[in-house]
Design a protein around this ligand. Structure first.
Ligand SMILES: [Zn+2]
Ligand SMILES: [Zn+2]
Length: 579
């Protein structure tokens, strides 16, 4: 059984963190970080290829020593040297790395200078204002640490959706191959499309007599690191990606009840259970009961039907109006991935993308069947991303004219992701912007402005006559950093008045606008555009996470620009131009 590249990369990433905390040679640290990146970038599982005879030393930047470690991981699922490395620092130190803005160098200073070894020690030192005196920290860092410690950021570990998906994938494969398994599905917040995942719940139906063998097989999977519970009804494991997965085996006739119960949300289930109680019924994970008699249990639809309700899609089960809509059989027909026709925000090697325009557009056409593509590389002030200046924008327009000949069958639009400067002006002149089809505006700098200043900066940029939409409007990076302070409701109102789109960025790090604001924007009449912000055609697979967020925001296909055919899309873009 293969191990995922993410699990292997995580080993090296952690080795780099520990070496850095130990104050080891920076070149050595960098070698492990590079290895992690190279491994993550590989499209196929490396352990699979190694088993077929591939030499990992053929990967860029992987020397003989790292190659040996990859071979060891392939056979054992462990790297003894890294296991040993973990014992060389206090276990709690790695927890500190979860705090935003706290990297291995800072952790080392906290440990060496103040003797801090865990989150409790950190909190005590921050409260005693000891941290601000450390070189490289300061008052602001200390306040940020205290803020993070008191938010729910650390209460519950959350992971990006693709990490959760990757953690559970090998188990789903295993279940699919077992004859004794009747059906199975992921439940919980993942099924509801939440932007991050905590534990993952998998519901399985099978005969009671087959349950122990199914659980034994799951527990024996090589990606299991730790077994928390091992029983025929419930089994919990921790995988090599450090994610907990709970498996539940129920009888086939309880499928609907179990799926409904473990999908949640809590708020949704409370309402449903109250409704059952009001009718003298009882609802639990086995079924809906009137006394001892089971009224419904086999499917979710059967249960909702018993209440006179249309079945709400899992993404709507948050008690945010879905019961009222379901009573009137008036639930929205939510957007689905098949409605999507093309991407309006992506990068190429012209800026910080990993593929040429030709290659990424060809893949979008052939593998993803897109009917359009907007080339929107970064603009010049994003120098770290090799942003385009005026001359290079014009050169790219020329290249696109040629690509329209060499890559037929997909409409190619010109465009730019233009930086919003601190004063709200754009970093390319109108003369250039007016020549482009799609002008995206985005904030990539000066995140620390006040909420008022940041909002005014954004509104001023939106007043430029040539812009099409605002990308990732809050700037957050999930599990990593909060967005800049901004009044999103004012941005939504302004977009409605001005007539431009707002983006739901489908990168799993971003997923903003979030569900609540998507719904608010759509209600205000602002079209939403969903884009993967791809830097490689692989990233186009992230669309599913953007669609999940859109569905949580109650969005229908007609509220999303990317569902339009080319002529209507062109019209909609033209209407955003005020000049
Ligand atoms: Zn951006
Ligand atoms: Zn971008």
């Amino acid at each position: 059984m293969e191990h995922s590249n993410a699990a292997l990369a995580r080993q090296f990433e952690q080795a780099a963190d520990i070496l850095e905390i130990l104050g080891e040679n920076p070149f050595r640290v960098r070698a492990y970080r590079n290895a992690a990146r190279v491994i993550n970038d590989q499209p196929q599982p490396i352990t699979d290829r190694v088993r077929e005879g591939f030499d990992p030393a053929d990967l860029p930047g992987i020397g003989a020593d790292l190659a040996d470690k990859i071979r060891e991981f392939t056979t054992t699922g462990h790297i003894a040297w890294i296991d040993d490395l973990r014992t060389q620092i206090p276990a709690g130190l790695l927890e500190l790395l979860r705090l935003p803005g706290v990297g291995p160098k800072k952790v080392r200073a906290l440990w060496q200078e103040l003797g801090i070894t865990d989150l409790d020690g950190l909190r005590a030192a921050a409260e005693a204002q000891k941290i601000q005196a450390l070189p490289g920290f300061g008052k602001k860092t200390e306040q940020n640490i205290l803020k993070a410690l008191s938010s729910d950021f650390l209460q519950e570990r959350r992971f990006l959706r693709p990490v959760g998906k990757q953690a559970v994938a090998p188990f789903l494969e295993l279940l699919a191959a077992m004859d004794t398994v009747d059906r199975f599905e992921i439940a919980g917040s993942y099924r509801r499309g939440r932007e991050t995942v905590g534990d993952i719940d998998v519901i399985i139906t099978a005969r009671e007599t087959d349950a122990p063998a199914i659980m034994d097989a799951l527990v024996a999977h090589p990606s299991v690191q730790d077994v928390l519970v091992h029983g025929p009804g419930k089994t919990s494991v921790v995988t090599e990606l450090d994610i907990q997965i709970d498996f539940r085996v129920v009888a086939p006739e309880s499928w609907g009840a179990a799926l409904l119960y473990f999908t949640g949300s809590k708020a949704h289930n409370i309402v449903l259970r109250d409704r059952a109680r009001n009718r003298g019924w009882k609802l639990n994970e086995f079924g809906l009961f009137d006394g001892k008699q089971c009224i419904a249990s086999k499917t979710e639809a059967e249960i909702y039907d018993a209440f006179g309700l249309e079945t709400p899609p899992p993404e709507l089960r948050e008690n945010r109006g879905e019961f009222e809509a379901a009573e009137q059989h008036n639930l929205p027909r939510l957007i689905c991935i098949e409605d999507y026709r093309g991407n309006l925000h992506a990068h190429s090697t012209w800026s910080d993308g990993k593929q040429t325009l030709h290659d990424i557009i060809t893949a979008a056409r052939d593998e993803f069947h897109y009917s359009y593509w907007a080339a929107t590389d970064h603009s010049k002030s994003l120098t770290v991303a090799n942003g385009l200046d005026e001359d290079r924008v014009l050169q790219q327009i020329d290249e696109i004219a040629k690509l329209r000949e060499t890559v037929p069958g997909i409409e190619i639009l010109t465009g730019i992701e233009c930086d919003i400067l601190e004063d709200g002006t754009l970093d390319l002149p109108d003369e250039i912007l007016s020549r482009l089809d799609v002008v995206i505006i985005a904030i990539h700098s000066k995140f620390n402005l006040s909420r008022k200043a940041q909002t005014e900066r954004m509104l001023r940029a939106m007043d430029n006559p040539w812009i099409t939409f605002v990308a990732h409007p809050t700037g957050r990076l999930l599990t990593r950093r909060e967005g800049y302070a901004i009044d999103i409701e004012r941005v939504i109102r302004h977009a409605a008045e001005r007539g431009c789109f707002l983006e739901l960025n489908a990168s799993p790090w971003r997923l903003d606008l979030n569900d609540i604001y998507c719904r608010e924007a759509a209600a205000a009449g602002v079209p939403i555009t969903i884009n993967t912000d791809a830097h490689h055609s692989r990233d186009l697979n992230n669309l599913e996470h953007g669609i999940a967020q859109a569905r949580r925001g109650w969005l229908r296909a007609d509220q999303v620009i990317n569902t339009l055919p080319v002529p209507q899309l062109r019209d909609a873009i033209r209407r955003t131009k005020l000049a």
